[in-house]
Design a protein around this ligand. Structure first.
Ligand code: SAM
Length: 559
């Protein structure tokens, strides 16, 4: 049986102290088949109390949790699934309510002038030819561009802008010399106010078109605190250049070409300095870059993580199999940066471009720390952490405000990752119960609870769709549910299970307005929720991404 917190009633029986860490299966029987059509999730063990699980060579190999369940994180400046080049750039527009099948008025390779109305989710400009939608890459709202049609489908066409005939968007000088060749930024030359406005409009459009929620008044979008230097994690690829090995990001729209960088505006001077020092080391050692197409060579990727509020940095070098020549020299080069506390080496023996691999510690501490809203969080090489620390604090603060906690509530933190949201809410709640698919993330959540002496939070490895009933049996019904699902949103079964909980308050932290809108439609239409508040927040200036925090309530409005 669980220990009850002193003074807590039966319903609010406190979670076991995380410090005990014992693995105890919950009472409810666990289904044999693990993984279903809803999530496509690979086999996972039953819901269990968080504990440290040793996997591979490193005790805590975490998958970055931005990817869809079961999908490993891909290398790139941002997870590949959310870069417009790779994602379906038309999600917001691609619902039957939005795109109508009609005879295409354009043909492939045709060149024509198009006026761009708006920005689609994913970053392409939207033009309309008598109602037929054309998504135009590298075109900004308000522009008239000469474009070439690259693809014609029954419901829409795709094109690329060749020339801006009449600029309409409020343009600014892009500060980065690598823009627009580099795949990292899409809108450096669009004035920030217009970027924010376009993102807010995408959220409102998605809620209206996909969610059918036409009268939602969004709260003013929260602008990014910094337009540049905001990322706390960057993943670079090695490449060959005439001057020797280079390090950078994929060229825009190219999986097979990497652009050597002089300076990236999304990281700090420290981040740029570390990358350049590693480049110099690699050139000095004469080590060849890995060629993704030919699948030969040695140096593959470099991951640099920074605790922005702690001033600590962690570095992971990823190579193909083979001894690491010059490991001591690498450590020496990196130790010149006093912020570097942890240097790892990982071997990728597959063709896949991944960095979330087991690591060997070459020097220093196994992990660094980051501080978020006054709590400390361990950052291991593969642990998920929101990649913009300052805006992560904004997002969590907003989630806390929407949760409206008084200290009496049972809170579920669903899709809890390493426990960051739940732990920041725990001080204002009676109990917090987190569920997360990745056992490694749960191990981190437990460690983070211990680190911050949070005793009223418990974390479980499990699948939200499958294991929510089991959690409810143990924790009692929730007063507040917080969900922070991957980009794919809440799967059909998950949204039904969550709706059936009938929590008076449901806070939805979303990184994809189109899936938020689909889920909102069901929560409102099928489960009687009201979308009471919603606020976009810009975590990633110059990219197509937008986060939204939404509050769904049952009963009378609480405003
Ligand atoms: C966007 S992350 C959120 C992490 C965390 N809330 C944070 O702010 O750092 C989504 C998380 O959902 C997890 N996840 C994906 N599918 C899941 C499922 N079916 N059940 C439980 N967790 C899942 C992923 O592993 C990932 O950690």
């Amino acid at each position: 049986m669980l220990e009850a917190a002193s003074g807590a009633d039966e319903r609010h029986a406190a979670p076991p102290r995380v410090a005990d860490g014992g693995e105890r299966a919950l009472h409810a029987p666990v289904r044999a088949a693990w993984g279903d059509e809803d999530t496509g999730v690979a086999s996972e063990p039953p819901l269990r109390f968080g504990r440290r699980h040793v996997v591979g060579r490193h005790p805590l190999e975490l998958d970055a949790c931005v990817g869809e369940a079961g999908v490993r994180s891909q290398v790139g400046l941002v997870p590949r699934v959310i870069v417009a080049d790779d994602a379906d750039p038309h999600e917001a527009e691609s619902t039957p309510a939005t795109l109508h099948r009609m005879a295409a008025p354009v043909a492939k390779n045709q060149e024509l002038e198009l006026r761009i109305d708006s920005l689609a989710y994913g970053g392409s400009g939207v033009a309309r030819l008598n109602g037929f939608v054309v998504f135009v890459r590298r075109a900004l709202p308000g522009d008239v561009v000469r474009a070439r049609i690259t693809k014609v489908k029954r419901s829409h066409a795709e094109a690329v802008s060749l020339e801006v005939v009449e600029p309409g968007a409020p343009r600014v000088e892009a500060p980065c010399v690598h823009y627009p060749e580099c795949g990292g930024c899409r809108f450096q030359d669009l004035a920030y106010g217009a970027q924010l406005e376009a993102k807010a409009r995408q959220v409102a459009d998605a809620l209206a078109r996909i969610g059918g929620l036409v009268d939602v008044e969004l709260e003013a979008a929260v602008p990014a605190e910094s337009l540049f230097h905001y990322r706390n994690k960057l993943e670079y690829s090695f490449t060959e250049t005439p001057d020797g090995v280079g390090l950078g990001f994929h060229r825009a729209g190219r999986w097979d070409e990497v652009l050597d960088l002089e300076r990236c505006w999304l990281t700090t001077d420290l981040g740029n300095g570390i990358r350049e020092a590693v480049k110099e080391w690699a050139r000095g050692q004469g080590l060849p870059a890995y060629d993704q197409e030919r699948q030969d060579g040695y140096l593959r990727h470099l991951v640099v993580r920074e605790g922005r509020n702690t001033g600590q940095a962690l570095v992971v070098l990823v190579t193909a199999p083979g001894d690491l020549a010059g490991a001591d020299a690498l450590v020496e080069a990196l130790r010149r940066f006093p912020e570097v506390r942890s240097v790892h080496w990982a071997v990728n023996d597959s063709a896949a471009e991944v960095t979330n691999l087991p690591t060997d510690l070459l020097w220093g501490d196994e992990a660094i720390e980051e501080e978020i809203l006054g709590l400390r969080f361990r950052v291991r090489p593969n642990a998920f952490l929101q990649t913009n620390t300052a805006m992560c604090e904004v997002l969590y603060r907003l989630a806390g405000e929407y949760a409206g906690l008084t200290g009496e509530e049972t809170v579920y933190d669903l899709y809890c990752g390493t426990g960051t949201i739940g732990l920041t809410l725990a001080r204002d709640a009676l109990t917090v119960w987190g569920i997360e698919l990745s056992e490694e993330s749960i191990a981190c959540a437990v460690e983070n609870a211990e680190l911050n002496a949070v005793a009223n939070a418990a974390f479980f490895a499990g699948d939200v769709a499958r294991d929510l009933d089991e959690l409810r049996d143990r924790a009692g019904p929730p007063d507040v549910v917080v969900v922070d699902p991957p980009r794919a949103g809440l799967a059909g079964k998950a949204v039904r299970r969550i709706g059936e909980l009938r929590a008076p308050r449901l806070v939805y932290v979303s990184c994809n307005p189109t899936t938020l809108a689909g889920n909102a439609k069901e929560l409102v239409g099928e489960f009687g929720y009201r979308l009471e508040r919603a606020r976009p927040a810009d975590m990633f200036p110059h990219t197509p991404h937008v986060e939204t925090v939404a509050l769904f309530t049952l009963g009378e409005p609480t405003k």
